[in-house]
Structure formats: C-alpha cells, structure tokens
Write a protein that binds this ligand. Structure first.
Ligand code: FAD
Length: 441
C-alpha cells in the first residue's frame, strides 16, 4: 500500500472538499490492469476554531482578541447570489427545505453537515496556523520533493510552533480576506469614513447617510441595493457598462472616482461631484501566500498567480496545488473537480505534461485572455469559460463531469441577477416535470 501524506491548509469549503476526497483508501487501475492501492493520510490545519471559512460569520471586524485578522467577509443579511441548486458539492445537495437563494448561516450549516457526513472533522487541527511551507529535495519524494509544513498556535503569537514533512500540499486559504485598496488622490483630506466591503456588516450603521460604493462586482451591487433601504442616497461608482436592471429610486450609478476632497467631496471622472458620508471600497481582495517560502516558486503579480497549470498545479513542484484561485465560479463544484484532478496527479493515474509544456499551456490561456481584451487582473476570471474548464479538468482527471443542470441553473442565475437585481433573490427553482432540470417560480 502506497501512503501519501497530504497537508491541507484551511478548512473552508475548499479544504473540506480536499479532506472528503483524500481520506479514503483507493484502488487505482493501472494501464496494464494491475491494481495499485493508495492510502491518503491527510491533515488539515485551520487557524479558526471551526470549519466554514468565510461562511463562519462574525460581527467583529479588524482583529480578534488574539490579534488575528478577521477572516470572514460575510455581512449579516447576506443571501447567496447563486442558487443552492448550482452551489452544492455534486455529491451533497442542500436540503430540499431551503429556498434557492439561502442565508449565509444556511451555507455554514451545510458545510458543517458536509464535514459530519463524510466524517472528516477528525483530520482537522483547529486553531493551528500554517506559518511556513517549504519544499525539501528528496529523491524518493513525489516530483523529487517533500514539504516541510510549519504550524503554530493561532491563540499564542509567541508559540514557537512545530513542523512535519508531507508528500503533498493543498493550499485552501481563501481569497476574500485581504482587501485590495486602490490609491485615491486626496484621500488624506477626505473627512468622511472610508472603509472596505470586507468590514461591512449591517445597513443600520448607514441610516440617512449618503454612501458612495466604488466597484460594481457582486458585493458592490449587492451591498448598494441593501444600503438603499437605510441610506438617504447611494451612488454606485464603476467603469463598467451601466447596469441593465431596475434600481432603487435612491440609487444612482456614477463613473469611477477621480479624487476625494475636504471635507466630504467625491469627484467622479466625468467631472461631477457629490457629498458623501461614507465611501465603501468594493474593490476586491489580494491573494495572500506569504506563508509559502520563496523556494515554493509561487509568485503573485497583481492578481495573477504563477506558475499555475490549469489555475491549480504549481508547475515548479507539482505536488503542490492551490485551490480556487479563480473568480466568477461555482466554488463548491469547482473545488470538487480540482481536488479530483490533483488526486489523480498524486495517484499517478494522470501524468502531467513537462514543466515547459504546462507553462506553455498557462501562457496561452493568459495571452488568449489579453487578446480578448481582458485586463491582466482578469487572469483567473472564469465567467464564460467556467463549465468548459470544469469539464476539461474532469475529463483529464478521468472523473465525472459536473451535471449539466448546474450549468443551466448558473446561466439562469447570471441572467436574473443582471436584469432583476432588486428581486432575484426572492425567486425559487423547483424541479421541472421531466425531472431533469429546474424551472423558476
Ligand atoms: P475560505 O472559505 O475563505 O476558507 C479558507 C480557510 O482557510 C479559513 O477557514 C481560514 O481561517 C483558513 N486559513 C487561511 N490561512 C490559513 C493559515 N495560514 N493556516 C491555517 N488556516 C488558514 N460562493 C458561493 O458559492 N455562493 C455565494 O453566494 C457566495 N457569496 C459570497 C459572498 C461573499 C461576501 C464572499 C466573500 C464570498 C462569497 N462566495 C460565494 C465565495 C466563497 O468564498 C466560497 O463559496 C468559498 O467559501 C471559498 O472557500 P475557500 O475554502 O476557498 O476559502
């Protein structure tokens, strides 16, 4: 029996999915029909006291009592912007009793149930933070290395920590915790509040205020609509095409911000200005792999992580994977196919191309995006290619594709989100008559 020791960093949706698929013994059929048993021994390190990652809502912002940065970016009234019918792991549906667009606590409960159902809590070391990961050259190691993973208590900053060696590492530390804050000319003179959406919790705080939100991706749109019920006026500033949906009466779109001025002035690039009590930056997040030693070979170049084959495998050391770096995805099904791909690599049932060929493939993906007019920061955006990518990865791994209903539901949700921003989360999906899909009611 071949034993493969895997370290998993983080017990959010990604880490739990990795545990679910990397804790059972497996038998691999070789090309000559010989059978090779493989036993994974996975350990997951989670800095928090429970599973769930960003879905583990907290009222707190900033740092906790141990000085740790608050990880969750959830806000109190958040409902998912994907229906549960395309959000679930493919082998673990959400409860039939829930509506299609569910509350953050429903997702947290779901992840806790997932961990219980697959009996994986036993492999998680809670309140243990990974502080360094380093490859150690070793002849018998997978792809010539083993991984030294150093951890320390998340409760005691003076803990000297400990380390152990693993055959493989899966990084699942999440991408929605370290705010990306653009430089805004004149910010030092602006006397209103400037905050990031990472720290947004309740609309009540903004009662009767004029609020400018910068950025109109999911969070910007969602929070703008929510705030319009409390604020006196909401401006959504962005450089995209105007939204096509009907908007609340007190909400108005503006182009990007040119500058800020004393005491409370926000000037947009079309030359218009407004007075604002609060400026909320819905400007996304940075990747943070500061715990990966330079020898890991991972580089982050302003929203692009390299060298990553299929947005997943570290091509310098293919026994390291980083899960879910892509944006505009269905995260849980996406994790599922990515984990199975990596599992196939570790088991040896999927033979990777050479490092040079993997890097060529990545380069082509990147250049194709640029040629399509996408900016560098969209290096890992999936949107239109999402299901094509997931099918490709599933096929390469020799595993089942995500069912077509997920794609149909995802496309339906994208449409209603675009056209009915104020009301789409009240819609529900029910199974169609043939039982092979869903219809909205
Ligand atoms: P996370 O959930 O962030 O988990 C990462 C875990 O790693 C955390 O528990 C963290 O404590 C731990 N960790 C980090 N660093 C370390 C370390 N050094 N050592 C040990 N542990 C560490 N997805 C949907 O499917 N539908 C939605 O409607 C939806 N809405 C969203 C709304 C918001 C506001 C946000 C922020 C995200 C939303 N998402 C949504 C995306 C969401 O991020 C994913 O669903 C998913 O939960 C990501 O899982 P993850 O495991 O990659 O990261």
């Amino acid at each position: 029996m071949r034993v493969i020791k895997v370290a998993i960093i983080g017990a959010g949706g990604g880490g739990l999915c990795a545990l679910r698929h990397l804790t059972k013994p497996r038998t691999i059929k070789g090309s000559a029909a010989e059978e090779r048993p493989v036993q994974f021994e996975a350990v997951c390190f989670e800095q928090a006291a429970k599973v769930g990652g960003t879905w583990a809502y907290t009222d707190q912002i900033g740092t906790d009592k141990h000085g740790n940065l608050i990880h969750s970016s959830m806000y109190k009234n958040l409902k998912t912007n994907l229906p549960k019918e395309c959000m679930a792991f493919p082998d673990f549906p959400f409860s039939d009793d829930l509506p299609s667009f569910i509350k953050h606590e429903d997702v947290q409960n779901y992840l806790e149930d997932y961990a219980d159902n697959f009996d994986i809590l036993q492999y998680i070391q809670f309140q243990r933070r990974v502080c360094q990961v380093r490859p150690v050259a070793e002849e018998g190691g997978l792809f010539g290395v083993r991984w030294e993973v150093a951890t320390q208590s998340a409760l005691d900053p003076h803990d000297c920590g400990s380390s152990d060696l693993y055959d493989a590492v899966i990084v699942c530390n999440g991408n929605y915790s370290i705010p990306s804050v653009p430089p805004l000319p004149g910010q030092e003179s602006f006397q209103g509040r400037v905050m990031h959406s990472h720290d947004y919790r309740y609309p009540e705080t903004f009662k009767d205020q004029v609020v400018v939100l910068l950025g109109a991706n999911s969070s910007g749109q969602d929070i703008a609509v929510e705030l319009s019920s409390m604020a006196s006026k909401v401006y959504l500033s962005h450089n995209k095409a105007p939204l096509v949906s009907q908007l609340p009466d007190n909400m108005e779109e503006k182009p990007g911000i040119e500058s800020l001025d004393a005491p409370n002035q926000v000037t947009f690039i079309d030359g218009t200005s407004v007075r604002a009590d609060t400026l909320m930056l819905c400007t996304g997040y940075h990747y943070d792999y500061s715990f990966l030693a330079p020898e890991c070979g991972i580089q982050v170049d302003d929203y692009r992580v390299t060298p990553m084959y299929k947005h997943l495998i570290n091509t310098k050391h293919p026994s390291m994977a980083i899960l879910g770096i892509c944006k505009r995805i269905v995260p849980f099904p996406f994790f599922d196919v990515q984990v199975k791909f990596f599992r196939a690599v570790l088991e040896g049932s999927l033979i990777l191309p050479s490092e040079a060929d993997m890097d060529k493939d990545t380069d082509l993906d990147y250049k194709t995006r640029l040629a399509q007019g996408k900016p560098h920061r969209y290096s890992h955006e999936m949107s239109g290619r999402l299901f094509e990518y997931m099918n490709e990865v599933a096929d390469l791994a020799g595993t089942e594709r995500i069912p077509k209903t997920f794609e149909d539901v995802y496309n339906w949700a994208a449409k209603v989100r675009r056209t009915q921003l104020m009301t789409y989360k009240r819609m529900n999906l029910i199974p169609n008559e043939k039982g092979d899909g869903f219809v909205p009611v």
